[in-house]
Every structure is written in C-alpha cells, then in structure tokens.
Ligand binder design. Sequence first.
Ligand code: NDP
Ligand code: MG
Length: 340
Amino acid sequence: MLQPLRILFRPKWMVSRSSASYVSRMRHLNKIKEEDEACRAALQSGNIFLYHKLAPLLRWTDSGIYQLPALQTKDVEEILEKLGGDKEMVKESILINCTEQNEAQFSFDVGAIDQAAVEEQCRGTFVDLRKAFFLLRGSEAPLVARGQALLRWHQTNGFCSSTGQPTQRNQSGSQRVCHSSGITYYPKMSPVVIVLVSDGKRCLLGRQSTFPRGMYSALAGFCDIGETMEEALRREIAEEVGLEVESIQYSGSQHWPFPQSSFMVACHATVNPDKTHVSVDKEELEDAQWFSLEEVQEALTIKVPPRNNKGEPTVFWVPPSYAIANRLIQEWANQQHLKS
Ligand SMILES: NC(=O)C1=CN([C@@H]2O[C@H](COP(=O)(O)OP(=O)(O)OC[C@H]3O[C@@H](n4cnc5c(N)ncnc54)[C@H](OP(=O)(O)O)[C@@H]3O)[C@@H](O)[C@H]2O)C=CC1
Ligand SMILES: [Mg+2]
C-alpha cells in the first residue's frame, strides 16, 4: 500500500533567507531574464563562468580547495581579443542566476578558442563536469551544473523541429524562437525517479556498466509519458530488480545535467523483508546488491576512492555529496542509526 508523501528534511532556504531580499532578488532576476536591454546592462557588471566544450573552468586556490572563478565581462573580452577571438562573442553568454548582491551570473563556452591558451590566461583548468562535482564546494556545484545544462541546450536546439529553420535566442538565453513558425522553445528537463529501497535492515544499490568501478548508487529511471512519479518508481524497481515496492516516502528533488538535463525526484521505498530476492535486468544494470548499515557508513566516508596501479577504484563507494543519491543514502544511514 503506497503511503502519502512526507517531507523528510527542511531545505536551508526555508530558514536562512529573509523574504524581502529574496523577493527583490527574484524580481530582479526575472527582469533580466525577460528584458533584453536589462540583460545587456547586467552583463556589463556581471560574473561569467567559463566552459570549454562544456567542461567548466576550475581554479586551485591558495587555501587548498578548487573554486569556480567568476570573471568580469571586460576580462573575458580581453582574453578573447588576446587569443584571436572576437570580443563581441561575450554577448552570447547565458544568464544562470544572480548573487545575494543582485549581480548577474552567466555561463560562456570558449570552445572555439585553444583550451590550453585560455587555461594559461585564466590560471585555471577545464575539468569534466562529473569530476568537478567531486572537487567543488556544495554551493558551487548546482551553479556549474545549471550553467552547463543551459549551454548544452542552446548548442543542441539551434533549429525548429517543425520547420527546420534556425531558432533565435533572447539575450538572457531563457528561450529560443522560430520566427517562421512562431514557436517558442524553453530549456527542458526529463523527469527521473530515483529511489533508495530498504528491507528495514539493508538498502539496495545498483551499478551500470558505465559507472566508475566500485561505485553503486540508488536505482533511477526516466518517467514514461502519462505516468505519475509513484507509478514510474514502482515500475522501475519491478523492471530493474524484480521487486515490488510496498511504501514510498518523498525526500527531495534536484536538477541533474546528465544526459540532457534530468529533473530528479528522490524517494525512499520499502519492500517486504520476506520478499527481497533480487533478479537484476542485465540490460539495465550490471549488478544490484543489498548493503548493510556498516558497509554504507564506510562508503559514505570515502571522498576519493583508493585506486590500483591501473587507476581503478578498489573499494565500494557511492556518488559524491552533491548527487541526490548520496543524500538518500545518508538519510537512510541516519534513520538506521536512530533505530539502533
Ligand atoms: N543525481 C543523482 O544522484 C543520480 C542521477 N542519475 C541520473 O538518472 C538518470 C536516469 O537513470 P537511468 O538508470 O540511466 O535511467 P533508466 O533506468 O530509465 O535507463 C536509461 C535508459 O532509458 C532510456 N530513456 C528513456 N527515456 C529517456 C530520456 N528522456 N532521456 C534519456 N534516456 C531515456 C534510454 O535508453 P536508450 O539509450 O536505449 O534510448 C536510456 O539508456 C541518468 O541520467 C543518471 O545520470 C542516476 C543515479 C544518481
Ligand atoms: Mg535505471
């Protein structure tokens, strides 16, 4: 029997921000999103995060952490001119968000310019986004994910699917329009359910053959058209591991930039402890196993897994803290700990 959804945590934003500053920030952001002139002005004083072929620029700081460097528009113009590009290209920057101080934040892909030359100018390195999730602090990871997702969407939606004509973006990059058909396109996300199944004592984690060696995660799957989230969740668990879910609890949600922007809806689910036999659909998963609290607690402590001489991880580990799978696993471990 499915139980009603229940919020398991209180997001930080519910308690930490004053509503007045939040409201003014959201209205400011909406204005620069909608009005081309306001967006052009915001770009002059805004922060730009650079990408090279969708890999974000990271900088190693003196304090021993990686950081997402925010460049000023004039700095990016100078770099473009110096490296043989056109400084006007900076106008192609895409609005991502704005800071608490109402400074607009943009993403810009310098993929047409030599990667090493930009890295030298910026004193940074372009890093694969999945790797960046392990290196960045919590507040920077969603920003860098959103910036990449928007760049990717523009790079792959240059033509109208009805007329085949080129589409034109507005200044902020919040939409693209086909002037021939009048169709407006907005960046989109595919809904995905992600679920941590428990039998009361153990939790079920699986891995696809494409995952890095040793990494197991909560089970996930795309929602089909017409399905509710609960239906998608029950179907995915039945398909992938042959188990029937008895109860569901909502945990939270997350934008995930892969493969083409997913909207992850995360839940906990239970199965009957007498019906835990797992039959893995080998088309979908390489393996799925029940893990004890001790095993999970050990995996949660591993930030960078030890590797063999071929550079492959040698232990069981779980996705980085930014991934919502990690939060589900952490929540489950906390609940088990409270029970014992
Ligand atoms: N943030 C997090 O913590 C985690 C995020 N995830 C993400 O969840 C997503 C879904 O998980 P996954 O187990 O792969 O999903 P599924 O179990 O649904 O299997 C993926 C397959 O579904 C097909 N598919 C159906 N609809 C879509 C669609 N809209 N977009 C792309 N493929 C679709 C594709 O098949 P075909 O290729 O044959 O067309 C794809 O290979 C992944 O992108 C993964 O990155 C997963 C775990 C943790
Ligand atoms: Mg799956």
